[in-house]
Design a binder for this molecule. Structure first.
Ligand code: RIB
Length: 296
């Protein structure tokens, strides 16, 4: 089978991860247990996950000319992600995400750094390349205007855009119309649709709006029926990057022309495997691992 060709437009960062038994509250200091730096950033995570799942992936992004930037580029190459369109910039540092893993969940502060250089001008230069892709994927750790520009480019050239609206912010109605798929979690959906009930808002966007509801699964409306495709239960080590794995797997399956239910089953299975390893990318499965898990 010919590989699906995907361009991921987004952030590439280094995750600085502290594990701690307790999450400090405001003004409090606690003693942590460990500290590690691992590759992350929602764009990079989705690119790496899609490559492991068998897509031909091109990352569109920016890093600083610093050791984190070098490590991010090396990581892309080791995972088979094309870096032709990852630009090292000299006037900003590589993006960082400051993560506390405590009490079974994560809290994250992102410093965008070089990811803010992924501007409308930067992506507009790549329109001829985008025309050769099966799918464009984007998230929101880069400038808002770039997300709007990519939605317009997608509409103009007829290559579908999968918009993962994370982190949460309101987006123009036009962008929602132009995106082929929108994958908020419950919190992001509440921000996007003013707290509207998920069952009502999915009806407004049949086959487009997929709300991920963690352990419950993913909700969408197929034009006739409201569907909740259940997730798989596993032993959780670290949930960081589960949403990125879901998006990458869904995008890969859709770019391969799988139908919606098959794509969501594949995405749920991949996301469930991703949480069994440490770090955003540590548990991201290969295609073979997902297919084996689906057979078992
Ligand atoms: O989605 C997980 C990612 O969000 C982490 O890797 C971190 O970089 C944050 O941006």
């Amino acid at each position: 089978m010919k590989k699906a060709k995907i361009a991921v437009i987004g952030s590439s960062s280094m995750d600085l991860v502290v594990t701690s038994a307790k999450r400090p509250s405001a003004g409090e200091t606690v003693l942590g247990e460990s500290f590690q730096t691992v590759p992350g950033g929602k764009g990079a995570n989705q690119a790496v996950a899609a490559a492991r799942l068998g897509a031909d992936v091109y990352m569109i992004g920016c890093v600083g000319t610093d050791p984190y930037g070098e490590a991010v580029l090396t990581n892309f190459r080791e995972n088979g992600v094309h870096t032709d369109y990852v630009e090292p910039v000299t006037d900003a540092r590589t993006g960082t995400a400051h993560i506390i893993l405590a009490e079974g969940d994560n809290s994250i502060v992102v410093v965008k750094g070089a990811n803010d250089h992924v501007t409308p001008d930067y992506v507009e230069k790549l329109i001829p390349f985008f025309q050769t892709c099966d799918l464009l994927m984007i998230q929101q750790e880069i400038p808002e205007e770039t997300v709007e520009t990519m939605a317009q480019i997608s509409a103009d050239i007829g290559v579908p855009l999968l918009l993962n609206p994370a982190p949460a912010r309101q987006i123009p109605a036009e962008v929602i119309e132009q995106a082929a798929f929108l994958t908020p979690n419950e919190h992001e959906a509440a921000v996007l649709f003013d707290g509207g009930n998920p069952e009502d808002v999915t009806k407004r966007y049949p086959g487009k709006l997929l709300i991920t509801e963690g352990e419950k699964g993913v909700r969408y409306y197929d034009g006739a029926t409201e569907k909740l495709i259940p997730s798989f239960s596993v032993q959780v080590v670290d949930t960081t990057g589960a949403g990125d794995t879901f998006n990458a797997a869904f995008g890969t399956a859709i770019a391969e022309k799988q139908d919606m239910e098959a794509a969501l089953l594949f995405a749920n299975r991949a996301a469930s495997l991703s949480v069994t390893g440490f770090g955003a990318q540590g548990g991201m499965p290969t295609r073979e691992e997902v297919e084996r898990a689906l057979r078992s």
